[in-house]
Design a protein around this ligand. Structure first.
Ligand code: RP5
Length: 165
């Protein structure tokens, strides 16, 4: 894994990390260099804007924005960079992440974010989607993704149900 981070994972709070950890683990398993930051669109707005506006020149290729509640973080990051921004809605205390999902997926036309599923599935898939995008220009990474899929397929096909033929 090169030291230059290609994927920047940004979360609105350290309380998001238990859900988002699997995103970083998935990237690590593919050998994709990444960094993770706690930056909030409303609690640390200047730092969040600075991070996004300098991300491209610092060599990042993809940003992943994860937040809960009125989850405007991914949209704010996208407003300040031309890099693709993937949005992961965090489960929220009162609405279980439905609020996060809707505020991310319903970006008005003009500044897109690509929104994934609420919670851990979204965190894994944002990482896998990052791998797929980076694999467009990296044959070795494309091979790793193909192997991962083949292993996943083999695991499912090997499953049996107790008591059923
Ligand atoms: C959002 O508010 C964060 O992304 C987090 O999901 C949610 C709650 O944050 P804490 O109050 O736990 O710091 O900004």
């Amino acid at each position: 894994m090169s030291n230059q981070p290609l994927v920047g994972i940004v979360m609105g709070s350290d309380s998001d990390w238990p859900v988002l950890r699997v995103c970083a683990e998935t990237l690590k398993n593919f050998g994709v260099s990444h960094e993770a930051r706690i930056l909030s669109a409303h609690r640390t707005p200047d730092a969040a804007l600075e991070y996004a506006s300098t991300a491209r020149q610092r060599g990042l290729r993809i940003l992943i924005g994860a937040a809960g509640g009125a989850a405007h973080l991914a949209g704010v990051l996208a407003a300040k960079t031309e890099l693709p921004v993937l949005a992961v809605p965090m489960p929220s205390k009162h609405l279980q992440g439905l609020d996060s999902l809707l505020s991310m997926v319903q970006m008005p036309g003009g500044v897109p974010v690509a929104t994934f599923a609420i919670g851990e599935a979204g965190a894994i898939n944002a990482a896998l989607f990052s791998v797929a995008m980076l694999a467009l220009g990296d044959a070795e990474l494309a091979d790793k993704l193909r192997d991962f899929r083949a292993q996943q397929t083999a695991k499912v096909l090997a499953k049996t149900l107790p008591g059923l033929p």
